[in-house]
Design a protein around this ligand. Structure first.
Ligand SMILES: [Zn+2]
Length: 207
């Protein structure tokens, strides 16, 4: 069970993190976590390319290292990459020192691809206050207000699409996954989600 919208009280507990962008424009910010993964990330890139949409990919450093060619394509097509740690660590289960080291390892992969945007997203959305304080010194911590739940075995592709559309507002930061667990849902929901909002006059921006 999860909330498709991040509850307001959670957002208020951590006001220094970025949950949603303040805008009066019809703009949505798509983000994809956990890649690059052969096949699936390429599906996402093809979908975005067809609809002229740019997005932000929060990459796992280990996957960047293994699938550098996909990362290069992602950048060449106008998307931006952010940091999602090297080993997809859970902040609550790791010391601040180990956690920050892992972020730096991912940062090195990003820098070797000339991606120096200073964008960070914590795996599982889990961070200790001590980690937040240090990460914030040189990175923007980008959370989300809309969770597609694409990785969940308990929702159907149709519900994933419907609930994600329903949860989205102007300025929403929406989380999908280019992760094998999400394959069935994202392949159905992503193209339809984009089409739905483009028909309503929305555009998609970079966080
Ligand atoms: Zn993740």
């Amino acid at each position: 069970m999860f909330f498709h919208r991040t509850p307001r009280f959670v957002q208020q507990l951590y006001p220094s993190l970025i949950w949603r962008k303040k805008t009066k424009d019809k703009t949505i910010f798509l983000t994809f976590d956990d890649g690059p993964i052969p096949g699936l990330t390429e599906f996402v890139l093809d979908t975005l390319h067809k609809s002229h949409v740019k997005a932000t990919f929060f990459c796992v450093g280990g996957n960047l290292n293994k699938n550098r060619n996909i990362a290069v394509r992602t950048i060449e097509e106008g998307h931006q990459l952010g940091n999602h740690t090297f080993n997809h660590l859970n902040g609550w289960k790791n010391s601040t020192t180990d956690y920050l080291k892992n972020i730096v390892e991912c940062e090195q992969e990003l820098h070797s691809l000339d991606q120096k945007k200073g964008l960070f997203r914590p795996p599982y959305g889990k961070l200790k206050r001590s980690q937040i304080k240090l990460i914030k010194q040189n990175q923007k911590i980008i959370m989300w207000d809309v969770l597609s739940g694409d990785y969940s075995k308990n929702i159907s592709p149709k519900d994933c699409l419907f609930n994600t559309i329903k949860a989205t507002k102007r300025g929403s930061i929406v989380l999908f996954h280019d992760n094998i667990k999400a394959e069935k849902n994202i392949k159905y929901a992503l193209p339809r989600y984009i089409e739905h909002f483009q028909k309503k006059g929305y555009s998609f921006g970079l966080v």
